[in-house]
Design a protein around this ligand. Sequence first.
Ligand code: TRP
Length: 337
Amino acid sequence: MSATSSPPPAAARDRVLSGMRPTGELHLGHYFGVLENWVAMQETMEAFYFVADWHALTSEYENSLAIREFIPSLVEDWLVAGLDPERCVIFQQSQIKEHAELHLILSMVTPVSWLERCPTYKEQQQQITSRDLSTYGFLGYPVLMTTDIIIYKARWVPVGQDQLPHMELAREIARRFNNMYGDFFPEPEARLTETPKCPGLDGRKMSKSYNNGIFLREGMDTITPKIKGMLTDKARLRRHDPGNPDVCNLFPYHELLTPSQAREEIRAGCAKAALGCVDCKKILLDRLESFLAPMQERRARLSARPGYVQEVLEAGNARARAVAQATMEEVRSIIGF
Ligand code: TRP
């Protein structure tokens, strides 16, 4: 490449960005679905992670005060899971007003039909009947999400599988802006974890509303009875019956937590009826305990530092704001405003 060729629009080629809505405590589904990747990516890339409080408002607008209460505990869970404010920028969406300005501009170029045919929009409209989601803001959820990403010119977006339709829209909206005003925003790409599925205790999707989760802030005292009560292979009625790990609710946790060799021994032991479910659960409980131990240590250290989470957010907000402001100056000039 010659020295005069213009740099690609991917000015921040290795920048990572992702967000979560402050709507509740984090569980293993969040950890293995997304957070594990967040933690890994802060090591090799420039990472921005934020609390998507405006996104929470798109559906929780009648409970806006509850959103605020979840913010510090969400950030605490992130730090406990291994995010390091020295290695990544942790911030709060609503404190960076530039997101609102770019959201407005992107809403001018986004066809309503793209939003209406978004599968997550249709699904939630049908499934969530407890509140009215036929609002302008809820329809525009993916436009706001696009804004969050491209205002930082992020290249990689570690999300859960459920967010893939939004990522597709983000790419389309960025492309449309670029077609209209000239190449400016890099097209972001989703990054999934290697094993993106962590089912709940009952085999359904892990979710607070199904009451089938293991939460990052839980201790072994509450986790143990949950694991002991799990259903395994329903056809394995007696200890000497062979079992099938592929239909067992427990085995997916071994896939996440037990190293491959030990896991294959468990699989073989189950299939030969050499290993019983009670012992298999004991092995898993040991794995869970050593997995959660460093998190519990970090949580204890954090609870000795009241005010620290707020400091992390404020420092991160300042760093994020500087980037978002710089982008918006460019955007205003590109569109001639
Ligand atoms: N929609 C995401 C979720 O519910 C949260 C989110 C908002 C997000 N803005 C984002 C994720 C930007 C990645 C990038 O999980």
